[in-house]
Design a protein around this ligand. Structure first.
Ligand SMILES: NC(=O)c1ccc[n+]([C@@H]2O[C@H](COP(=O)([O-])OP(=O)(O)OC[C@H]3O[C@@H](n4cnc5c(N)ncnc54)[C@H](O)[C@@H]3O)[C@@H](O)[C@H]2O)c1
Length: 344
């Protein structure tokens, strides 16, 4: 592990998927640190509005709208870059991940071409947005178990979460091999269920907030509500991602997630209370739930990065509700909400 002092002011950084929820928040932070940033995004699920602050404030970033899988795009994207944050991906919430395999399979191509071109261009470092979806499904079935997923549990026989999880796992393995065989510095961040401002309704917490916002009654909950998660606030994820760039070089994959265990039904009740929405709860037991028990152990990130999540769920949820209610229009949300639960 490298502990050198990093000077972000001298770095030339590429953020793929930089108009996304997490990607744009990372871009904000990097620009704040004085970094020169290029964003490449095809806007397939990212939103250009997430970067509009730059276009109006005159703070410079370079933006290229393009599909990184298309010939020549990844080569152009990495030209002159020393650090790549690779967040572009065919990704969605639980409804998308369960019901779509072909789209996420294209991440094998996308990740492969970005890593290949970065290596050929002499990029110094690649940081990859991986996921808790690389952990074996078989371990995560009992919600009553006090389970914390530690990094070394990802090992053969693998049992990743849908094609999305398999592609993330292959991305991690590719970067490990690139470090071992090509000497390029790499690191993978295993994000766990991220939420916060700019999040989208395809993910559970924002979907719950949207249901309260449009005053859904009965208030629908997928599954029996007993699923356990460790929702992690986006600012904590961004801090962890930057620390990974600074401190991990050897292809390791680290968990970035809180160790707060929250059940879906508890999150629902907190959101109903916070928004003042009184509604009957209706459990939709046949809808996709994902694993029943997914919570990270973050002690390795604490040890190697000095990283610890700072935002408690109860506080993060308030900030997220606040943002959602201030920025959304009911009539608009009603139009796209149902579709957003299974599409990206
Ligand atoms: N949100 C979460 O809870 C979570 C959890 C684990 C991992 N991740 C990973 O973090 C990253 C960011 O996710 P997010 O939730 O912020 O939003 P997201 O899924 O919208 O981000 C993906 C971004 O990549 C862009 N993109 C997709 N395919 C592209 C292509 N071929 N060429 C160029 N751009 C392309 C999209 O437009 C979007 O901006 C993704 O890689 C995702 O898999 C997210």
């Amino acid at each position: 592990m490298n502990n050198s002092n990093f000077n972000w002011k001298t770095r030339k950084v590429l953020v793929t998927g930089g108009t996304s929820f997490i990607g744009s928040t990372l871009t904000d932070k990097l620009v704040e640190l004085g970094t020169s940033v290029r964003v490449v995004d095809d806007l397939s699920s990212g939103k250009i509005e997430n970067l509009e602050g730059f276009f109006t404030s005159g703070r410079e970033i370079e933006f290229l709208k393009a599909d990184l899988r298309e010939p020549g795009v990844a080569r152009r994207a990495v030209d002159g870059i020393d650090t790549v944050f690779h967040l572009a991906g065919d990704h969605g919430g639980r409804g998308y991940v369960d019901l779509h395999q072909a789209g996420p399979a294209s991440n094998l191509l996308l990740d492969g071409i970005v890593f290949w071109e970065a290596m050929k261009a002499g990029v110094e470092k690649i940081v990859f947005a991986s996921s808790g979806c690389v952990y074996p499904n078989s371990l995560q079935s009992n919600p009553k178990k006090e389970l914390y997923l530690t990094e070394e549990l990802v090992k053969p026989p693998h049992d990743a979460d849908n094609m999305y999880g398999w592609a993330k796992l292959m991305g991690e393995e590719t970067l490990r091999a690139y470090y071992g065989e090509h000497g390029i510095k790499t690191a993978s961040c295993r994000y766990f269920t991220v939420y916060g401002p700019r999040g989208k309704e395809d993910h559970a917490v924002i979907a719950m907030i949207a249901r309260a916002f449009i005053k859904q009654d009965p208030f629908e909950v997928w599954g029996n509500g007993q699923q356990v998660r460790n929702w992690t606030y986006v600012d904590d994820i961004v801090k962890g991602t930057i620390l990974m760039a600074e401190k991990v070089d050897d292809g390791s994959a680290l968990n970035l997630g809180t160790m707060e265990r929250i059940k879906v039904i508890e999150a629902v009740k907190m959101i109903l209370k916070e928004t003042g929405h009184r509604a009957k709860i209706k459990l939709l037991k046949d809808m996709p739930t994902g694993p029943m028990n997914r919570v990270a152990d973050n002690s390795l990130a604490k040890k190697l990065l000095g990283w610890e999540p700072e935002v408690k769920f109860a506080d993060g949820i308030k900030k997220t509700i606040d943002w959602y209610f201030k920025t959304k229009k009911k009539s608009e949300v009603k139009k796209y909400f149902e579709r957003s639960l299974t599409e990206r």
